[in-house]
Design a binder for this molecule. Structure first.
Ligand code: HPA
Length: 308
């Protein structure tokens, strides 16, 4: 093929090259990590990913240094309403954290290596612990809107169809070819968050359960919901699992939390259907609660720092 000559040809050539990529290079992760470190003095060891409607968590941080995703080299852009698309560095009680206000989903058209790009960047800037939050539909009949489910395990539905962020050549500098997932959700962190919930008198709302990821963007059919429930899932959502897989691959400790924003329709006689506005509203209604819970968790986390 002859080299591109005109501006349009050059653009087309670049787009073609982008289309055929199967991942980032180590150098690209490093470039983004170094860029961020050069722009802020904060050196967080804990990162938080805020799910749909839960971005208010990021506003807790003081002395903020915030970046729009579109300004960060190599970062994908967030396209979903309710996801701000900002990376915020800041302090809470004198300790540095980094918070993603808005995440990436495969239903936006991103390959999973793009969806999970920030995780390896976090690892390279020194993050050791990841808190992931999401909005999820309750499959478990005992769950109510506003409940907070601590994730004890997950079912990676797209993974059954070879949709996994670790597919492709393994980058040994991040982790092993075949990482275990049976210990994905950290027991100590789960204990800490349950204790924080108890302290805030939230025990009634706190659940522990299995999160199932689907590709989206449509919500489940009734038959699909019944299938997921029969497989042992307590809640269903369209995110989180790819991030957790990549986080565990590079050795981050993970705490996952689902805010139950709707009861999943399981009955053909039911007149209601799931919708994104309902999800965002439930997120808003419970945002303060989640803020309090995470703030207290971070206090406990700092006290028991020898755990981390
Ligand atoms: N299904 C899938 N994803 C979701 C749901 C749901 O019911 N609620 C919030 N995210």
């Amino acid at each position: 093929m002859s080299p591109p000559a005109t501006k349009t040809q050059k653009q087309e050539f670049r787009l073609k090259k982008e289309e055929t990529r199967t991942g980032y290079t180590y150098e690209e992760y490093k470039q983004t990590a170094d860029w961020l470190l050069s722009k802020t003095k904060h050196r967080p060891t804990l990162a938080i990913i805020c799910g749909s409607g839960l971005g208010a968590l990021g506003e807790l941080l003081k002395d903020q240094v915030a970046f729009n995703y579109s300004d960060i080299p190599n970062f994908p852009h967030s396209t979903v309403p309710g996801h701000a698309g900002r990376l915020i560095f800041g302090n809470l009680n004198g300790k540095p954290y980094v918070c993603m206000q808005g995440r990436f989903h495969s239903y936006e058209g991103y390959p999973l290596w793009k969806v999970t790009f920030p995780i390896r960047v976090f690892h390279l800037i020194g993050v050791k612990t990841l808190i992931v939050t999401n909005a999820a539909g309750g499959l478990n009949k005992d769950y109510k809107v506003g409940d907070i489910m601590i994730i004890i395990d997950h079912i990676n539905m797209p993974g059954f169809a070879s949709q996994n962020p670790l597919i492709g050549p393994n980058e040994d500098r991040f982790g092993p070819r075949f990482p275990p997932m049976s210990d994905a959700y950290d027991k100590e962190l789960r204990k800490l968050i349950l204790a924080a919930g108890e302290e805030l008198n939230l025990s009634e709302k706190m659940r522990e359960g299995v999160y199932c990821s689907i590709g989206g963007p449509n919500f489940e059919t009734i038959a699909e919901s019944r299938l997921l429930r029969s497989l042992g899932a307590d809640a269903v959502g369209m995110s989180t699992v790819p991030e957790v897989i990549v986080a565990r691959h590079c050795g981050l400790r993970v705490l996952g939390m689902s805010l139950i924003t709707n009861e999943v329709v399981m009955d053909y006689n039911c007149k209601t259907t799931a919708n994104h506005e309902e999800v965002l509203q439930a997120g808003k209604d419970s945002a303060k609660l989640l803020e309090k819970l995470v703030t207290l968790l971070l206090q406990h986390y700092e006290k028991s720092n020898n755990l981390f």
